[in-house]
Design a protein around this ligand. Structure first.
Ligand code: FAD
Length: 473
């Protein structure tokens, strides 16, 4: 159970049930897609969502609105001062935009002023922290030094936490007439006029412009994401807390430890995150979750929710936002900072489409990478993921999971607590990676590209477009 689930929206939008012709089609109803629909403000722009709006990665976020994002500023600074300055300005712009939207649309989403701490635990990290602090001061952000338990840190104000689902819901409700749910796009074809998108139900949506906000998109540039990104999984535990002290923190270096409060008017919660890892490298979800509980010394009686979530990590720590093919736009690779970057991407894509200048568009350009810059690294991690997934057997998983070989196919069997057996094809239809079983969320996960499937094989998250259910004879 994830904390934000109880705020999930029952929009009840229709599914596409005939061929349509629209000006602009947005694929994916998470925060990136809904923000883009909001900014475009065009009655002939429509959004299609494979499942229900807001049930993707956005539902499992921690929902901080901050520019102190682990070591991202430090790494950008080490590369190029102007780049770091522009990224910092973009995140401040995103926070300002979210506040403006909340005010304009009168959204109650428990926006809470929350000072951000960036924490370091050894001399080397403290040196990096000092560089970040100096950079922030030069950019008119007041920074103070703090001691926090065994850490040394810097503190800034002007940052927030909120309820991401309440924010998303309010925008989606306003735009309801332009949203289709339960409409999965399974193919996109270039035409002379624009694009033809095929839905899983067999209908065609013709559009001039197409925007991919489906987290891990499939599209006309094959292997763009598999070769340029990796996947990071994190573990989140929510506890009941006595009072809201209005701060949040994250460590500068790995292992990441992150915390925020959430107050919904009645209750105060603490949202703890840790054990982040590249999905190709480390598995054992139970153990990783247990590490979060033991690191933060959480009392099991106070735990109200726990889950895992994944995001896409790019090689240069910047998202991909912009045009990727003529009249085809993309917003992805948020490096676990997709609350600010989703809303920012909505504004950038809107400006690009309308021909307006945007001061941040250049640093997020999808064409910025050298061709297949991370090719060897990606091949390496994918191979690693392949090998480690294949090595996991019954001994490793315990009695909950075992594998069968049927006519040369890898069948995964999940044995539920009541003894019932749930069988699936344990190979991802996307690029044929062997799936691993996520024992925390009870899902089959792709360690290479982040697809997820239910125990009965229904696709819960792309890039896979297809289920892995075993057809009944
Ligand atoms: C552990 C963790 C903690 C995080 N905490 C923070 C934080 O504190 N602050 C912050 O700024 N960011 C945070 N993030 C990042 C942020 O949550 C994500 O980057 C963001 O939610 C991604 O939003 P999205 O709209 O791109 O994706 P999603 O919310 O996944 O939306 C994509 C949608 O597209 C739909 N879709 C997919 N394929 C298709 C298709 N073929 N046809 C139609 N629809 C389709 C999906 O069903 C889904 O609903 C965190 C990430 C993680 C992993």
């Amino acid at each position: 159970m994830r904390l934000w689930e109880k705020y999930a929206l029952k929009l009840n939008c229709p599914a596409v049930d005939k061929n349509l012709m629209v000006d602009t089609l947005i694929i994916g109803g998470g925060l990136a897609g809904i923000s883009t629909l909001y900014f475009l403000n065009n009655p002939n722009c429509f959004l299609v969502e494979a499942r229900k709006v807001g049930e993707g990665v956005t539902l499992a976020t921690t929902g901080k609105l901050t520019f102190l994002q682990e070591d991202i500023l430090y790494k950008l600074l080490a590369k190029d001062y102007t780049l770091a300055k522009t990224y910092l300005a973009s995140q401040k712009r995103a926070i300002a935009l979210i506040k403006k939207i909340i005010q304009k649309e009168k959204i109650d989403c428990d926006l809470d002023k929350s000072s951000s701490y960036l924490l370091a635990k050894n001399i080397k990290e403290v040196e990096k922290l000092a560089q970040v602090a100096q950079f922030l001061e030069l950019n008119q952000i007041k920074t103070s030094y703090i001691n926090y338990h065994k850490y040394y840190g810097i503190k800034v104000n002007g940052t927030y936490v909120f309820n991401p689902l309440k924010f998303l819901n309010a925008l989606a409700r306003k735009l309801k007439g332009q949203i289709f749910e339960n409409t999965k796009i399974i193919n996109v074809k270039k035409t002379t006029q624009g694009y033809e998108c095929l839905t899983a139900a067999g209908f065609i949506i013709t559009c001039e412009k197409i925007i991919f906000t489906c987290h891990y998109p499939f599209f006309l540039k094959p292997m763009f994401l598999p070769l340029n990104t990796t996947i990071e999984k994190s573990y989140i535990v929510v506890t009941k807390e006595k009072r809201n002290e209005h701060y949040n923190y994250i460590t500068l270096a790995k292992p990441t430890f992150s915390f925020r409060y959430y107050e919904d008017g009645n209750r105060v919660y603490g949202i703890y995150l840790s054990s982040s890892h590249n999905t190709a490298i480390k598995h054992n979800e139970h153990k990783n979750l247990a590490q979060v509980i033991s690191h933060f010394k959480l009392n099991s009686h106070n735990i109200v929710a726990s889950w895992t979530n994944v995001d896409i990590i790019t090689g240069d720590h910047l998202p991909y936002i912009g045009e990727i093919n003529p009249q085809m736009y993309l917003a992805t690779g948020f490096n676990t900072w997709g609350m600010t970057n989703s809303v920012l991407s909505g504004e950038i894509i809107c400006d690009l489409i309308k021909g307006n200048a945007n001061p941040y568009a250049a640093i997020f350009k999808t064409t910025r990478i050298k061709k297949y810059q991370r090719f060897y690294q990606s091949i390496g991690t994918n191979l690693l993921a392949f090998m480690s997934a294949l090595k996991k057997n019954k001994k490793w998983y315990g009695s909950e999971i075992y594998f069968e070989n049927k006519d040369g196919q890898r069948i995964g069997v999940y044995v539920a607590q009541d003894g019932s057996k749930h069988k699936v094809h344990a190979i991802c239809p996307h690029l044929k990676c062997p799936l691993i079983f996520n024992q925390v969320d009870k899902t089959w996960d792709c360690p290479c590209h982040s697809s997820r499937f239910s125990i009965d094989g229904q696709v819960l998250k792309g890039p896979s477009k297809y289920d892995i259910a075993i057809k009944k004879d």
